[in-house]
Design a binder for this molecule. Structure first.
Ligand SMILES: C[S@@+](CC[C@H](N)C(=O)[O-])C[C@H]1O[C@@H](n2cnc3c(N)ncnc32)[C@H](O)[C@@H]1O
Length: 356
């Protein structure tokens, strides 16, 4: 998924650093799991992963990556739908063939719905929006009728969130839509099952990082990948959040040109210049683990001397080390009056300390 801070391209770097520091297995806590790219890789590398995020879509993606069973039961659903093959791939094919069924996404996030047209919202073509609606509604109905269990439901919902992102008419974040259709937006919505790696089954949480860290003492690895700038994920990814939450429990008030949902409780201290340093101090003080590994960007809000001071104080001072990797930056916005990128390459750091 296109995502600010997605570490897919840094997995090799992360793995090399973990090996160099002798961190091989055990419980790994990833409380800022986002797309679950690192959580999924940690599972594949043999860790038992506890992954969490403040966002509901993060929870769904983490469930699909580390917490669901290998082969969730869909027998009841397959016979209800009269599918010839009773497995998840057949259910996915069924979802991919559902006829469009205009509902919330069509109404609010495509130019064909009344509200979307008023606001000029061009996040999805009308056809893709109505197909997203059809799939999301089917998943809701199947769960309500107990035709799918939570594992199958969350795997399919994760597939929908990722599929919708592939056809979203954005430059990678939902803070704005593009005013003309981009080639990816014109492709038909197609769900694919998220890769489900072999490895120990873990758990997923929708929680503030501090709550999760306090709830999982005694772990081998605490992997931290907090937001590093002042862009709030709640505002930048509100449409994946709508898809994860659904719109079936009553009216969902929307505001603004982009159709934001209520998000005051999901605004993060880590994206606040005034509060991020205290958030780091508090989280590290609460950590009960053998190793802390923190991803952070060279352009991040927390100054490097602060990170070094906090981590050294939390562990064996001499074990502290910073590892660096340069990579091509992910540009979600063009340069503007308020945002100037500094070149095409950006440094990504891993700050590590051992506590025992
Ligand atoms: C840099 S991204 C993580 C990216 C992730 N490692 C990946 O590869 O996709 C930071 C994540 O932290 C989440 N987040 C922000 N504040 C949080 C908080 N206080 N507690 C838990 N998660 C938070 C955001 O929703 C976002 O998904």
């Amino acid at each position: 998924m296109r995502y600010l801070g997605n570490k897919t391209r840094l997995l090799g770097f992360i793995r090399r650093v973990l090996r160099a520091r002798g961190i091989w297995s055990g419980v790994a806590v990833d409380p800022f799991s986002g797309t679950a790219s690192v959580a999924r890789a940690l599972k594949r590398w043999g860790f038992t992963v506890a992954a969490g995020d403040i966002m509901e879509y993060g929870y769904v993606l983490a469930r699909a990556a580390v917490a669901v069973s290998d082969a969730p039961a869909v027998g009841a659903l397959a016979s209800h739908l009269r599918l010839r093959h009773p497995g998840l791939p057949a259910v996915l094919r069924h979802l991919n063939r559902l006829p469009p069924r205009p509902a919330f996404i069509h109404e609010h996030y495509s130019p064909a719905g009344h509200a979307g047209a008023l606001a000029g919202r061009m996040y999805f073509t009308p056809d893709n929006a109505a197909r997203i609606d059809a799939v999301r509604t089917a998943l809701h109905d199947w769960r309500a009728a107990r035709l799918v269990d939570d594992d199958a439901h969350d795997l399919l919902l994760a597939a929908l969130i990722e599929a919708a992102d592939r056809v979203a008419n954005t430059t990678g974040v939902y803070a704005a839509f593009v005013k003309s259709w981009q080639p990816n937006a014109l492709r038909p919505l197609t769900l694919r099952l998220p890769p489900s790696p072999a490895g120990p089954r873990g758990c997923a949480y929708r929680a503030d990082a501090l709550t999760l860290v306090r709830a999982r003492p005694g772990c081998e690895l605490l992997y931290l990948d907090p937001p590093y700038n002042n862009r709030q994920y709640a505002g930048y990814y509100h449409i994946p959040e709508v898809l994860a939450l659904g719109w079936f429990d009553g009216p969902v008030p929307l505001r603004g040109k982009t159709g934001l949902i209520a998000d005051a409780h999901k605004r993060s201290d880590w994206s606040s210049s005034r509060r991020c340093e205290a958030a780091l101090e508090e989280l590290v003080a609460a950590a009960d683990c053998r190793h802390i590994v923190m991803s952070y960007n060279a352009e991040g809000l927390i100054p490097e001397p602060t990170i070094e001071r906090v981590l050294r104080a939390a562990g064996r001072r001499a074990s502290y080390r910073r590892y660096r990797r340069s990579y091509r930056r992910y540009r979600s916005d063009a340069d503007s009056e308020t945002r100037r990128y500094r070149g095409d390459l950006v440094d990504e750091y891993l700050y590590c300390v051992d506590r025992a």
